[in-house]
Design a protein around this ligand. Structure first.
Ligand code: ADP
Length: 432
């Protein structure tokens, strides 16, 4: 399993992605331009503003509308016509999670299959069991009015009899099981696959085994098979992999909106030790009218200690911590979003993917540092920065408890070239 270790908690890429899916109920807004690189630059660039323009089967269109989709998302505007084009075109698409990629390729698969043909025509692979199930749910929901289109899950535990070909037109699964189904069990005839979807390529290649299995599946397909690859991020490694899997691609990219500190007033408070920080935090919270606050700690232990003490003081506090299951984390975030708790205490691991518009105060109870103890500017920006859509003002308060942490504040100040002002928590007028 690929993971990065930060602040004593591990960030598992696949888990993070699943969490994102569990807590997201709508498209993220992104005002950047979609970049399109066409394989054949002389052919006209098609984009659609409505689902009607795609001339989908009526039952499929009904399914799309039934999901509450009124019009294609930004990347769907360009990706859908390419994926549905005749003759088929290959596609590499990159955009952050929540921009409509899954819905796009689900629609493409449902539109692509011929329900009269009782064999597997579309193959889709995802990095984990849970992610495959999530995609399957979208296909099932969108294909609700297409009863002749059937879906099979190529995931562990789904035992099949050898040699009997599947009749399901769409198979979604993880690389290991899908590879077995193609080779060992011969449930799928790879030569009959006409659409291949590889989702979450960045997460996929983070695991060597998945990467190899994906390539082995890919090798069995014909060169006429339409290849579609999706990724939330695009480092060089993802790019190299994508080019291996997708020949002659069209490329669509939507860059994530930059986060900024422009609308954030930043402060620091000098404290002695954690009890002192706690008192400062209570003063702060008591004297401000704050919609919601998020408090970051360095370790799980500190987060638990702080949560217990804030609760003792009568605050409604939620704790988000790395040892929780993804489902538990999703439910904590959900409750916090709905305002059931006003304060969320967390370690770093959980901060990404939580966009809570009403958060007006972020407290770095512990400052973000990298492995070498230097300022972790990127994490700092993630914790307190806002993208354009949350243009509202907010406060960030940093707890400084040593000369070292004062140095970190100075580093952060220099890096972003934004003033971090000293705050006296017994006199909070300057914040209002
Ligand atoms: P991604 O795969 O890029 O993470 P999803 O396809 O999961 O994005 O879409 C993110 C969220 O937006 C989901 O809740 C999905 O139902 C919704 N969504 C997708 N496309 C549309 C659309 N065209 N209109 C409205 N909502 C959409």
């Amino acid at each position: 399993k690929q993971s990065r270790k930060i602040d004593g908690d591990k960030v598992d890429l696949a888990e993070q992605s699943l969490l994102n899916k569990l807590i997201r109920h709508s498209l993220v807004r992104n005002r950047n331009q979609v970049e399109v690189l066409q394989r054949d630059p002389t052919s006209p660039l098609y984009s659609v503003k409505t689902f009607e323009e795609l001339r989908l089967k009526p039952d499929l269109l009904k399914g799309v509308y039934n999901m509450g989709f009124n019009r294609p998302s930004r990347i769907q505007e360009n990706a859908l016509p390419m994926m549905l084009a005749q003759p088929p075109q290959n596609l590499i698409a990159q955009s952050q999670s929540g921009t409509g990629k899954t819905a796009a390729f689900s629609l493409a698969m449902l539109s692509h299959v011929n329900p009269a043909n009782k064999w597997t025509q579309c193959l889709c692979i995802a990095p984990t069991y849970e992610l495959a199930l999530q995609i399957g749910q979208v296909i099932e929901q969108m294909g609700k009015y297409c009863p002749d289109v059937k879906l099979a899950y190529g995931i562990r535990g789904n035992r099949m009899e050898r040699g009997i070909k599947l009749q399901e037109q769409i198979v979604i699964g993880t690389p290991g099981t899908v590879l077995d189904w193609c080779t060992k069990y011969r449930l799928i005839e790879p030569k009959k696959i006409t659409m291949f979807v590889l989702d979450e390529a960045d997460v996929m290649i983070a695991t060597q085994g998945h990467r190899d299995q994906s390539i082995r599946i890919h090798r069995q397909l014909t060169k006429d098979c339409q290849m579609l690859l999706f990724s939330a991020t695009f480092e060089d490694s993802v790019w190299r992999f994508a080019e291996q899997v997708v020949p002659d691609p069209n490329i669509i990219r939507l860059k994530r909106e930059e986060e900024t500190l422009d609308t954030i007033k930043q402060f620091y408070v000098v404290c002695k030790e954690k009890e002192d920080k706690f008192t400062a935090l209570c003063n702060l919270y008591g004297s401000l009218t704050i919609a919601q606050a998020m408090i970051f700690c360095h370790t799980r232990k500190m987060a638990a200690w702080l949560t217990a003490n804030l609760t003792k003081e009568g605050h409604q506090v939620a704790l988000l911590s790395g040892e929780m299951t993804v489902e538990q984390r999703a439910s904590v975030i959900e409750r916090y979003r709905n305002g059931k708790e006003k304060v969320l205490v967390t370690t770093n691991v959980c901060s990404r993917g939580i966009d809570v518009e009403q958060v007006s105060l972020v407290v770095n109870f512990d400052l973000p540092v990298d492995m070498d103890g230097n300022a972790d500017n990127e994490t700092y920006l993630h914790r307190i920065g806002r993208t354009g859509r949350f243009g509202r003002r907010g406060f960030a308060v940093n707890m400084v408890d040593s000369k070292h942490s004062m140095d970190i504040i100075n580093q952060i100040e220099m890096h972003f070239n934004r003033r971090i002002t000293k705050l006296d928590t017994s006199d909070l007028e300057e914040m209002e």
